[in-house]
Ligand binder design. Structure first.
Ligand code: ADP
Length: 450
Protein backbone atom coordinates (compact mmCIF):
# COMPACT_ATOMS: atom_id res chain seq x y z
CA UNK A 1 0.00 0.00 0.00
CA UNK A 2 1.15 3.51 -0.73
CA UNK A 3 0.67 6.00 2.04
CA UNK A 4 1.99 9.03 0.22
CA UNK A 5 2.51 9.86 -3.48
CA UNK A 6 4.54 12.75 -4.83
CA UNK A 7 3.18 14.08 -8.10
CA UNK A 8 6.06 15.16 -10.32
CA UNK A 9 4.01 17.35 -12.63
CA UNK A 10 1.82 20.44 -12.86
CA UNK A 11 -1.39 21.62 -14.55
CA UNK A 12 -4.50 19.57 -15.14
CA UNK A 13 -2.79 16.17 -15.00
CA UNK A 14 -1.35 16.94 -11.54
CA UNK A 15 -4.86 17.91 -10.40
CA UNK A 16 -6.28 14.71 -11.94
CA UNK A 17 -3.76 12.59 -10.00
CA UNK A 18 -4.32 14.50 -6.72
CA UNK A 19 -8.03 13.70 -7.01
CA UNK A 20 -7.32 10.02 -7.61
CA UNK A 21 -5.02 9.91 -4.56
CA UNK A 22 -7.70 11.50 -2.39
CA UNK A 23 -10.27 8.93 -3.51
CA UNK A 24 -7.81 6.16 -2.62
CA UNK A 25 -6.97 7.63 0.82
CA UNK A 26 -3.41 8.32 -0.26
CA UNK A 27 -1.71 11.53 0.87
CA UNK A 28 -0.82 13.68 -2.17
CA UNK A 29 2.27 15.84 -2.37
CA UNK A 30 2.57 18.44 -5.12
CA UNK A 31 5.81 19.95 -6.30
CA UNK A 32 5.84 23.39 -7.84
CA UNK A 33 8.22 25.90 -9.31
CA UNK A 34 8.44 29.46 -8.02
CA UNK A 35 6.17 30.49 -10.91
CA UNK A 36 3.54 27.96 -9.85
CA UNK A 37 2.99 28.83 -6.20
CA UNK A 38 -0.59 29.93 -6.96
CA UNK A 39 -1.25 27.09 -9.38
CA UNK A 40 -4.27 24.90 -8.64
CA UNK A 41 -2.25 21.71 -8.14
CA UNK A 42 -0.09 23.46 -5.54
CA UNK A 43 -3.20 24.56 -3.69
CA UNK A 44 -5.17 21.32 -3.89
CA UNK A 45 -2.56 18.80 -2.77
CA UNK A 46 -2.30 17.75 0.87
CA UNK A 47 1.30 18.98 0.92
CA UNK A 48 3.26 21.16 -1.49
CA UNK A 49 7.00 21.56 -1.94
CA UNK A 50 8.45 24.41 -3.98
CA UNK A 51 11.47 22.86 -5.66
CA UNK A 52 13.07 25.61 -7.71
CA UNK A 53 12.91 28.48 -10.19
CA UNK A 54 10.42 28.80 -13.03
CA UNK A 55 12.30 27.21 -15.96
CA UNK A 56 11.43 23.49 -16.17
CA UNK A 57 15.08 22.46 -16.26
CA UNK A 58 15.55 24.00 -12.79
CA UNK A 59 12.37 22.53 -11.31
CA UNK A 60 10.09 19.92 -12.93
CA UNK A 61 12.95 18.47 -14.98
CA UNK A 62 15.58 18.61 -12.24
CA UNK A 63 15.81 14.95 -11.23
CA UNK A 64 17.77 15.57 -8.03
CA UNK A 65 15.35 18.19 -6.81
CA UNK A 66 12.27 16.10 -7.60
CA UNK A 67 13.67 12.97 -5.98
CA UNK A 68 15.04 15.01 -3.07
CA UNK A 69 11.56 16.39 -2.41
CA UNK A 70 10.06 12.89 -2.49
CA UNK A 71 12.63 11.65 0.02
CA UNK A 72 12.20 14.70 2.26
CA UNK A 73 8.42 14.22 2.55
CA UNK A 74 8.69 10.44 2.92
CA UNK A 75 6.77 9.56 -0.26
CA UNK A 76 6.44 5.85 -1.12
CA UNK A 77 5.93 6.56 -4.80
CA UNK A 78 6.20 9.18 -7.54
CA UNK A 79 3.57 9.68 -10.22
CA UNK A 80 5.20 11.40 -13.21
CA UNK A 81 2.05 12.26 -15.20
CA UNK A 82 3.00 12.91 -18.85
CA UNK A 83 5.81 14.98 -20.33
CA UNK A 84 8.62 16.13 -17.97
CA UNK A 85 10.28 13.04 -16.41
CA UNK A 86 7.58 10.52 -17.35
CA UNK A 87 9.70 8.70 -19.94
CA UNK A 88 13.13 9.34 -18.47
CA UNK A 89 14.75 5.99 -17.66
CA UNK A 90 17.63 7.64 -15.80
CA UNK A 91 15.14 9.17 -13.39
CA UNK A 92 13.38 5.82 -12.98
CA UNK A 93 16.72 4.21 -12.08
CA UNK A 94 17.31 6.94 -9.50
CA UNK A 95 13.88 6.22 -7.98
CA UNK A 96 14.58 2.48 -7.97
CA UNK A 97 17.88 3.12 -6.10
CA UNK A 98 16.18 5.39 -3.58
CA UNK A 99 13.53 2.72 -2.96
CA UNK A 100 10.71 4.94 -4.16
CA UNK A 101 8.25 3.31 -6.56
CA UNK A 102 7.98 5.00 -9.95
CA UNK A 103 4.35 4.75 -11.07
CA UNK A 104 5.03 3.47 -14.56
CA UNK A 105 7.09 0.69 -16.14
CA UNK A 106 10.70 -0.19 -15.29
CA UNK A 107 13.70 1.77 -16.59
CA UNK A 108 14.61 -1.15 -18.88
CA UNK A 109 11.16 -1.17 -20.51
CA UNK A 110 11.30 2.60 -21.04
CA UNK A 111 14.71 2.24 -22.68
CA UNK A 112 13.44 -0.54 -24.90
CA UNK A 113 10.38 1.38 -26.10
CA UNK A 114 11.70 4.95 -25.85
CA UNK A 115 14.18 4.43 -28.63
CA UNK A 116 11.78 4.27 -31.56
CA UNK A 117 14.02 2.47 -34.02
CA UNK A 118 14.83 -0.14 -31.33
CA UNK A 119 11.11 -0.47 -30.57
CA UNK A 120 10.47 -1.09 -34.28
CA UNK A 121 12.98 -3.92 -34.18
CA UNK A 122 11.40 -5.47 -31.08
CA UNK A 123 8.00 -5.35 -32.79
CA UNK A 124 9.28 -6.81 -36.06
CA UNK A 125 10.80 -9.71 -34.15
CA UNK A 126 7.49 -10.26 -32.32
CA UNK A 127 5.56 -10.35 -35.61
CA UNK A 128 3.80 -7.02 -35.06
CA UNK A 129 3.32 -5.13 -38.35
CA UNK A 130 5.42 -1.96 -38.53
CA UNK A 131 5.48 0.71 -41.24
CA UNK A 132 7.80 -0.57 -43.99
CA UNK A 133 11.18 1.06 -43.52
CA UNK A 134 14.71 0.73 -42.21
CA UNK A 135 15.63 -2.11 -39.86
CA UNK A 136 18.54 -0.33 -38.24
CA UNK A 137 19.20 3.22 -37.19
CA UNK A 138 20.51 5.59 -39.88
CA UNK A 139 23.25 8.10 -39.05
CA UNK A 140 24.28 9.37 -42.42
CA UNK A 141 22.35 11.30 -45.12
CA UNK A 142 24.00 9.55 -48.09
CA UNK A 143 23.35 6.12 -46.57
CA UNK A 144 19.75 7.15 -45.82
CA UNK A 145 19.25 8.33 -49.39
CA UNK A 146 20.24 4.94 -50.81
CA UNK A 147 17.75 3.23 -48.49
CA UNK A 148 14.98 5.74 -49.28
CA UNK A 149 15.58 5.42 -53.04
CA UNK A 150 15.07 1.66 -52.68
CA UNK A 151 11.93 2.14 -50.60
CA UNK A 152 10.33 4.65 -52.98
CA UNK A 153 8.96 8.09 -52.13
CA UNK A 154 7.40 9.73 -50.20
CA UNK A 155 9.22 8.72 -47.02
CA UNK A 156 9.09 9.90 -43.42
CA UNK A 157 12.44 10.70 -41.81
CA UNK A 158 12.14 10.26 -38.05
CA UNK A 159 14.25 10.68 -34.92
CA UNK A 160 14.82 7.55 -32.81
CA UNK A 161 14.51 9.65 -29.68
CA UNK A 162 11.51 11.52 -31.14
CA UNK A 163 8.39 12.73 -29.40
CA UNK A 164 5.87 15.56 -29.73
CA UNK A 165 6.28 15.57 -33.50
CA UNK A 166 9.85 16.88 -33.33
CA UNK A 167 12.66 15.63 -35.56
CA UNK A 168 10.21 14.34 -38.16
CA UNK A 169 10.05 15.36 -41.84
CA UNK A 170 8.29 14.11 -44.96
CA UNK A 171 10.43 13.82 -48.07
CA UNK A 172 8.72 13.59 -51.46
CA UNK A 173 11.64 13.28 -53.84
CA UNK A 174 15.10 11.77 -53.97
CA UNK A 175 16.73 15.10 -54.83
CA UNK A 176 15.49 16.65 -51.55
CA UNK A 177 16.47 13.73 -49.33
CA UNK A 178 19.84 14.82 -48.01
CA UNK A 179 18.76 18.37 -47.10
CA UNK A 180 15.56 17.12 -45.45
CA UNK A 181 17.49 14.49 -43.52
CA UNK A 182 19.94 17.08 -42.21
CA UNK A 183 17.11 19.40 -41.10
CA UNK A 184 15.34 16.62 -39.22
CA UNK A 185 18.59 15.41 -37.70
CA UNK A 186 19.52 18.90 -36.50
CA UNK A 187 16.10 19.35 -34.95
CA UNK A 188 16.46 15.99 -33.19
CA UNK A 189 19.93 16.89 -31.90
CA UNK A 190 18.61 20.17 -30.52
CA UNK A 191 15.47 18.71 -28.98
CA UNK A 192 16.76 15.38 -27.67
CA UNK A 193 20.55 15.60 -27.79
CA UNK A 194 20.45 12.60 -30.13
CA UNK A 195 20.56 12.70 -33.93
CA UNK A 196 19.96 8.99 -34.51
CA UNK A 197 17.38 8.68 -37.31
CA UNK A 198 15.28 6.03 -39.07
CA UNK A 199 13.20 6.07 -42.22
CA UNK A 200 9.67 4.88 -42.82
CA UNK A 201 7.53 4.76 -45.90
CA UNK A 202 5.00 7.62 -45.76
CA UNK A 203 1.57 6.11 -45.15
CA UNK A 204 -0.96 7.91 -47.39
CA UNK A 205 -3.92 9.60 -45.69
CA UNK A 206 -3.66 7.49 -42.53
CA UNK A 207 -5.74 7.53 -39.41
CA UNK A 208 -3.95 7.59 -36.10
CA UNK A 209 -5.49 4.77 -34.08
CA UNK A 210 -4.06 3.94 -30.67
CA UNK A 211 -4.91 1.25 -28.16
CA UNK A 212 -4.94 1.74 -24.41
CA UNK A 213 -3.10 -1.03 -22.60
CA UNK A 214 -3.23 -2.04 -18.94
CA UNK A 215 -0.80 -4.67 -17.71
CA UNK A 216 0.17 -5.78 -14.22
CA UNK A 217 3.51 -7.02 -12.90
CA UNK A 218 2.19 -10.58 -12.93
CA UNK A 219 1.98 -10.56 -16.72
CA UNK A 220 -1.78 -10.02 -17.25
CA UNK A 221 -2.23 -7.71 -20.21
CA UNK A 222 -5.47 -6.27 -21.58
CA UNK A 223 -6.55 -3.52 -23.97
CA UNK A 224 -9.30 -0.98 -23.41
CA UNK A 225 -10.22 -0.35 -27.02
CA UNK A 226 -8.98 2.39 -29.31
CA UNK A 227 -8.81 6.14 -29.54
CA UNK A 228 -8.92 7.93 -32.88
CA UNK A 229 -6.43 10.81 -32.71
CA UNK A 230 -6.26 11.74 -36.39
CA UNK A 231 -7.09 15.41 -35.81
CA UNK A 232 -3.54 16.71 -35.40
CA UNK A 233 -1.76 19.97 -36.07
CA UNK A 234 1.95 19.47 -36.80
CA UNK A 235 1.70 15.92 -35.43
CA UNK A 236 0.18 17.22 -32.16
CA UNK A 237 -3.26 15.90 -31.28
CA UNK A 238 -6.18 18.32 -30.94
CA UNK A 239 -9.34 16.22 -30.82
CA UNK A 240 -9.55 12.59 -29.69
CA UNK A 241 -12.42 10.17 -29.56
CA UNK A 242 -13.34 6.65 -28.60
CA UNK A 243 -14.47 4.51 -30.26
CA UNK A 244 -13.13 5.44 -33.70
CA UNK A 245 -15.90 5.99 -36.25
CA UNK A 246 -14.01 3.75 -38.71
CA UNK A 247 -13.17 0.75 -36.55
CA UNK A 248 -15.57 -2.18 -36.74
CA UNK A 249 -15.94 -4.64 -33.89
CA UNK A 250 -14.03 -7.18 -35.96
CA UNK A 251 -11.12 -4.82 -36.64
CA UNK A 252 -11.07 -3.73 -32.98
CA UNK A 253 -10.64 -7.36 -31.96
CA UNK A 254 -7.85 -7.86 -34.47
CA UNK A 255 -5.95 -4.64 -33.70
CA UNK A 256 -6.54 -5.06 -29.95
CA UNK A 257 -4.98 -8.53 -30.03
CA UNK A 258 -1.94 -7.15 -31.90
CA UNK A 259 -1.66 -4.30 -29.37
CA UNK A 260 -1.66 -6.80 -26.49
CA UNK A 261 0.96 -8.86 -28.33
CA UNK A 262 3.09 -5.73 -28.77
CA UNK A 263 2.86 -4.81 -25.08
CA UNK A 264 3.78 -8.36 -24.10
CA UNK A 265 6.76 -8.32 -26.46
CA UNK A 266 8.01 -5.29 -24.53
CA UNK A 267 7.46 -7.09 -21.20
CA UNK A 268 5.23 -4.15 -20.39
CA UNK A 269 3.44 -3.31 -17.14
CA UNK A 270 1.46 -0.19 -16.04
CA UNK A 271 -0.79 1.89 -18.31
CA UNK A 272 0.61 2.38 -21.81
CA UNK A 273 -0.43 3.05 -25.37
CA UNK A 274 0.31 1.26 -28.61
CA UNK A 275 0.03 3.67 -31.54
CA UNK A 276 -0.84 2.52 -35.05
CA UNK A 277 -1.35 4.17 -38.39
CA UNK A 278 -4.24 2.66 -40.37
CA UNK A 279 -4.59 3.10 -44.11
CA UNK A 280 -7.77 3.12 -46.23
CA UNK A 281 -7.55 -0.63 -46.84
CA UNK A 282 -7.48 -1.34 -43.10
CA UNK A 283 -3.80 -2.25 -43.10
CA UNK A 284 -2.37 -1.08 -39.81
CA UNK A 285 1.17 -0.52 -38.64
CA UNK A 286 2.79 0.01 -35.23
CA UNK A 287 4.49 3.41 -35.00
CA UNK A 288 5.39 3.70 -31.34
CA UNK A 289 4.55 2.87 -27.75
CA UNK A 290 3.99 5.55 -25.12
CA UNK A 291 5.06 4.24 -21.75
CA UNK A 292 2.95 6.60 -19.65
CA UNK A 293 -0.56 7.92 -19.12
CA UNK A 294 -1.69 10.09 -22.03
CA UNK A 295 -3.45 13.43 -22.32
CA UNK A 296 -6.40 11.75 -24.04
CA UNK A 297 -6.95 9.02 -21.42
CA UNK A 298 -10.36 10.40 -20.29
CA UNK A 299 -12.18 9.30 -23.46
CA UNK A 300 -11.20 5.70 -22.71
CA UNK A 301 -12.18 6.10 -19.06
CA UNK A 302 -15.61 7.22 -20.16
CA UNK A 303 -16.43 4.47 -22.65
CA UNK A 304 -15.02 1.67 -20.45
CA UNK A 305 -15.90 3.01 -17.00
CA UNK A 306 -12.34 2.23 -15.85
CA UNK A 307 -10.35 4.80 -13.86
CA UNK A 308 -6.92 4.63 -15.51
CA UNK A 309 -4.99 6.58 -12.88
CA UNK A 310 -6.41 4.40 -10.12
CA UNK A 311 -5.47 1.27 -12.06
CA UNK A 312 -1.98 2.63 -12.69
CA UNK A 313 -1.47 3.22 -8.96
CA UNK A 314 -2.88 -0.22 -8.08
CA UNK A 315 -0.53 -1.88 -10.59
CA UNK A 316 2.46 0.00 -9.17
CA UNK A 317 1.51 -1.36 -5.72
CA UNK A 318 1.83 -4.86 -7.18
CA UNK A 319 -1.87 -5.70 -7.43
CA UNK A 320 -3.40 -7.87 -10.13
CA UNK A 321 -5.48 -6.11 -12.78
CA UNK A 322 -9.03 -5.41 -11.58
CA UNK A 323 -10.51 -6.45 -14.93
CA UNK A 324 -10.11 -9.31 -17.35
CA UNK A 325 -10.33 -8.72 -21.11
CA UNK A 326 -13.88 -10.15 -21.16
CA UNK A 327 -15.00 -7.64 -18.54
CA UNK A 328 -13.93 -4.65 -20.64
CA UNK A 329 -16.82 -3.29 -22.66
CA UNK A 330 -16.77 -0.23 -24.84
CA UNK A 331 -20.12 1.54 -24.43
CA UNK A 332 -21.30 4.84 -25.92
CA UNK A 333 -19.05 7.50 -27.39
CA UNK A 334 -16.63 10.04 -25.88
CA UNK A 335 -14.85 12.99 -27.54
CA UNK A 336 -12.17 15.25 -26.09
CA UNK A 337 -11.08 18.73 -27.21
CA UNK A 338 -7.79 20.14 -25.97
CA UNK A 339 -8.10 23.78 -24.97
CA UNK A 340 -4.87 25.71 -25.41
CA UNK A 341 -3.98 29.28 -24.46
CA UNK A 342 -2.75 30.26 -27.90
CA UNK A 343 -3.52 32.69 -30.66
CA UNK A 344 -4.87 30.74 -33.63
CA UNK A 345 -4.72 33.86 -35.82
CA UNK A 346 -1.04 34.45 -35.07
CA UNK A 347 0.53 31.16 -35.95
CA UNK A 348 -0.71 29.55 -32.72
CA UNK A 349 1.60 31.64 -30.59
CA UNK A 350 1.22 30.83 -26.88
CA UNK A 351 -0.86 33.38 -25.01
CA UNK A 352 0.16 33.49 -21.35
CA UNK A 353 -1.39 36.02 -18.96
CA UNK A 354 -4.08 36.54 -16.35
CA UNK A 355 -7.42 34.77 -16.77
CA UNK A 356 -9.89 37.50 -15.90
CA UNK A 357 -12.96 35.31 -15.99
CA UNK A 358 -13.79 31.71 -16.78
CA UNK A 359 -16.95 29.69 -17.21
CA UNK A 360 -16.95 25.98 -18.01
CA UNK A 361 -19.99 23.97 -19.08
CA UNK A 362 -21.41 21.12 -17.02
CA UNK A 363 -24.30 18.71 -16.89
CA UNK A 364 -24.69 15.03 -17.66
CA UNK A 365 -21.90 13.67 -19.79
CA UNK A 366 -19.62 16.70 -19.58
CA UNK A 367 -16.18 16.51 -17.95
CA UNK A 368 -13.63 19.28 -17.57
CA UNK A 369 -10.05 18.45 -16.61
CA UNK A 370 -8.41 21.80 -16.00
CA UNK A 371 -6.19 23.71 -13.63
CA UNK A 372 -7.28 27.27 -14.32
CA UNK A 373 -9.50 29.62 -12.34
CA UNK A 374 -10.48 33.30 -12.49
CA UNK A 375 -7.53 35.45 -11.45
CA UNK A 376 -4.98 32.73 -12.26
CA UNK A 377 -1.96 33.86 -14.24
CA UNK A 378 -0.82 31.38 -16.89
CA UNK A 379 2.99 31.46 -16.71
CA UNK A 380 4.90 31.66 -19.98
CA UNK A 381 7.27 28.79 -19.14
CA UNK A 382 5.19 25.68 -19.76
CA UNK A 383 2.88 23.90 -22.17
CA UNK A 384 -0.06 25.97 -23.46
CA UNK A 385 -2.73 23.32 -22.82
CA UNK A 386 -4.92 24.72 -20.03
CA UNK A 387 -7.97 22.46 -20.10
CA UNK A 388 -9.60 19.43 -21.66
CA UNK A 389 -13.30 19.26 -22.40
CA UNK A 390 -14.61 15.72 -22.65
CA UNK A 391 -18.18 14.72 -23.46
CA UNK A 392 -19.96 11.40 -23.39
CA UNK A 393 -23.23 10.16 -24.84
CA UNK A 394 -24.89 7.03 -26.20
CA UNK A 395 -23.52 7.40 -29.72
CA UNK A 396 -21.29 9.68 -31.81
CA UNK A 397 -24.13 11.84 -33.08
CA UNK A 398 -25.38 12.60 -29.60
CA UNK A 399 -21.86 13.07 -28.22
CA UNK A 400 -21.08 15.54 -31.00
CA UNK A 401 -24.27 17.45 -30.33
CA UNK A 402 -23.29 17.66 -26.67
CA UNK A 403 -19.77 18.75 -27.57
CA UNK A 404 -21.07 21.59 -29.76
CA UNK A 405 -23.23 22.91 -26.94
CA UNK A 406 -20.53 22.46 -24.32
CA UNK A 407 -17.80 24.15 -26.39
CA UNK A 408 -20.20 26.94 -27.25
CA UNK A 409 -20.69 27.57 -23.54
CA UNK A 410 -17.00 27.91 -22.65
CA UNK A 411 -15.93 31.43 -21.69
CA UNK A 412 -12.25 32.16 -21.01
CA UNK A 413 -11.32 35.83 -20.86
CA UNK A 414 -7.96 37.53 -20.51
CA UNK A 415 -5.96 35.25 -22.80
CA UNK A 416 -6.42 34.02 -26.36
CA UNK A 417 -7.58 30.40 -26.70
CA UNK A 418 -8.31 27.89 -29.45
CA UNK A 419 -11.94 27.38 -28.32
CA UNK A 420 -13.47 28.96 -31.44
CA UNK A 421 -11.00 27.05 -33.64
CA UNK A 422 -12.05 23.78 -31.99
CA UNK A 423 -15.70 24.75 -32.47
CA UNK A 424 -15.09 25.13 -36.20
CA UNK A 425 -13.25 21.80 -36.39
CA UNK A 426 -16.03 19.80 -34.78
CA UNK A 427 -18.63 21.52 -36.97
CA UNK A 428 -16.75 20.79 -40.19
CA UNK A 429 -18.78 18.45 -42.44
CA UNK A 430 -15.88 15.96 -42.74
CA UNK A 431 -15.47 15.76 -38.99
CA UNK A 432 -19.22 15.42 -38.50
CA UNK A 433 -19.25 12.60 -41.08
CA UNK A 434 -16.31 10.90 -39.35
CA UNK A 435 -14.41 11.07 -42.64
CA UNK A 436 -10.98 12.45 -41.89
CA UNK A 437 -7.32 11.49 -41.74
CA UNK A 438 -4.16 13.03 -40.25
CA UNK A 439 -4.16 15.60 -43.08
CA UNK A 440 -7.50 17.09 -41.95
CA UNK A 441 -6.09 20.14 -40.14
CA UNK A 442 -3.81 21.12 -43.00
CA UNK A 443 -6.79 21.16 -45.38
CA UNK A 444 -8.97 22.88 -42.76
CA UNK A 445 -6.33 25.57 -42.26
CA UNK A 446 -6.07 26.15 -46.02
CA UNK A 447 -9.85 26.54 -46.25
CA UNK A 448 -9.75 29.13 -43.44
CA UNK A 449 -7.01 31.12 -45.06
CA UNK A 450 -8.65 31.17 -48.45
P1 ADP B 1 5.92 11.43 -32.03
O1 ADP B 1 6.61 10.40 -31.18
O2 ADP B 1 6.76 12.63 -32.29
O3 ADP B 1 4.53 11.75 -31.56
P2 ADP B 1 4.90 9.47 -33.97
O4 ADP B 1 5.81 8.47 -34.52
O5 ADP B 1 3.97 9.03 -32.88
O6 ADP B 1 5.76 10.75 -33.47
O7 ADP B 1 4.04 10.14 -35.13
C1 ADP B 1 3.19 11.24 -34.89
C2 ADP B 1 2.28 11.48 -36.07
O8 ADP B 1 3.03 11.72 -37.27
C3 ADP B 1 1.38 10.32 -36.44
O9 ADP B 1 0.20 10.29 -35.68
C4 ADP B 1 1.09 10.59 -37.90
O10 ADP B 1 0.13 11.60 -38.04
C5 ADP B 1 2.42 11.13 -38.40
N1 ADP B 1 3.27 10.03 -38.93
C6 ADP B 1 4.28 9.39 -38.29
N2 ADP B 1 4.85 8.45 -39.06
C7 ADP B 1 4.21 8.48 -40.25
C8 ADP B 1 4.31 7.74 -41.48
N3 ADP B 1 5.24 6.78 -41.65
N4 ADP B 1 3.46 8.04 -42.48
C9 ADP B 1 2.52 9.01 -42.34
N5 ADP B 1 2.36 9.73 -41.23
C10 ADP B 1 3.18 9.49 -40.18
Amino acid sequence: MFHKILIANRGEIAVRIIRACREMDIVSVAICSEADKDALHAQLADETVCIGPAPSKDSYLDMNRVLGAAMAVGADAIHPGFGFLSENSKFVRMCEKANITFIGPSADIIDKMGNKSEARKTMMEAGVPVVPGTKDAVYDAAEGKTLADDMGYPVMIKASAGGGGKGMRICFESKDFEATFETAKLEAENAFGDGTMYIEKYVQDPRHIEFQILADKQGHTIHLGERDCSIQRRHQKLVEESPSPVITEELRKKMGAVAVKAAKAAGYYSAGTIEFLKDKDDNFYFIEMNTRIQVEHPVTEWVTGIDLIREQIRIAMGNDLTYSQDEVQVRGHAIECRINAENTERNFMPSPGVITSVHFPGGKGVRIDSAIYAGYEIPPYYDSMIAKLIVYDKNRELALRKLKNALGEVVIQGVATNVDYQYDIINHPDFVAGEFDTGFIERFQEERER
